[in-house]
Design a protein around this ligand. Structure first.
Ligand SMILES: [Ca+2]
Ligand SMILES: [Ca+2]
Ligand SMILES: [Ca+2]
Length: 323
């Protein structure tokens, strides 16, 4: 009995086989009918899967995706929704097929029919089978600087979580592939609404992201004080109301405010509160009657929400009345 036929009988029962390095793909589950591991001839790694005479090896993939494999010898390759392909090369050749969505049953046969004759003595090898699912996952993107208020130019970098391209607009319009392509850092030197979108290499779009950079480089100024300089007959328990050009908050010289008795040189205990763009200063005990006081609002005592300080100090005098 020819060795070939004996081998055919011995190996005729299909069985699930771990092909391992022979196919360099352990992610796929293989059904292997009479193929064996060949360590003498491989495209990649130390071994390939080999059949001399009839044999088949099968697996299943779920699309969409790209199948790549290396074959050497005489194969039929079939897929459940694909035409047969006939591989006649006698050297290692890479084949590549793209499959659409759904399950695909893939089989490599080593049985060679030519001019009506069936040749079962051809050798065939298979190696390095790769299944690369299509990318259907949208990318994500982000800016290193988030929405915020700044008193200096901001440099903004955009990144995405996979290879691809980012497009952006700076005028609030919705970005698309026809918008400006991001190629490097963006300088925000004035208030800007930045919108951006990323596309991965498969063309999947990210959501549209929006960051608003409010750039305020203008210092707050005092616009009004309710007690005029050199006013007289002022209440001994006055509320001094100072209005600013914009909303403010305490800054580094917040504790240096004073109301000073110009006769004694002593400062009066005060409380200070801020509401929006308004600062109220109150004395905690009544001031002396018929006395000149000086009010001092220090530079750097308040700042705007972007961090710009009141530039310089302001002071005025008033004289209390009887009450
Ligand atoms: Ca291999
Ligand atoms: Ca993707
Ligand atoms: Ca400002």
């Amino acid at each position: 009995m020819p060795i070939l036929l004996l081998a055919l009988i011995l190996c005729s029962t299909a069985s699930a086989t771990t092909v391992g390095e022979a196919l360099d793909n352990t992610n796929l589950v293989w059904t292997n009918d009479s193929f064996s591991v060949d360590t003498s001839n491989s495209h990649y790694g130390g071994s390939s899967l080999y059949s001399f005479g009839y044999g088949e090896v099968s697996t299943t993939v779920n699309g969409a995706g790209t199948l790549k494999f290396w074959a050497d010898g005489h194969f039929y390759f079939s897929a459940s929704d694909y035409t047969y392909d006939y591989l006649l090369d006698d050297s290692w050749t890479q084949y590549e097929y793209h499959f659409g969505p759904g399950q695909h049953n893939l089989t490599w046969y080593n049985t060679y029919t030519f001019n009506g004759y069936s040749y079962t003595f051809w050798a065939a090898r298979l190696d390095k089978v790769e299944w690369i699912p299509d990318d259907t996952t949208p990318p994500t993107a982000s800016a290193n600087v988030k929405t915020g208020l700044f008193n200096y130019n901001k440099t903004v970098y955009l990144t995405m979580n996979e290879p691809g391209t980012i497009y952006y607009t700076r005028n609030g319009s919705t970005p698309s592939k026809s918008s400006t392509k991001y190629t490097g850092p963006l300088i925000m030197s004035s208030t800007t609404t930045l919108k951006f979108i990323a596309y991965d290499l498969a063309g999947n779009p990210s959501p549209v992201y929006t960051e608003k950079y409010t750039i305020d480089k203008v210092r707050p100024t005092i616009t009004s004080v309710n007690i005029k300089n050199l006013a007289t007959g002022i209440s001994r328990t006055p509320t001094i109301t100072v209005k600013f050009s914009e909303n403010i908050k305490p800054s580094i010289s917040w504790d240096k405010f004073y109301i000073k008795n110009l006769a004694t040189g002593k400062t009066a205990p005060i409380t200070k509160t801020i509401s929006g763009n308004t600062l109220n200063i109150k004395t905690t005990t009544p001031l002396a009657p018929y006395t000149w006081y000086q009010v001092y609002i220090p530079g750097y005592s308040v700042k705007d929400y972007a961090g710009n300080n009141l530039a310089s100090g302001y002071w005025f005098k008033f004289k209390t009345g009887k009450y």
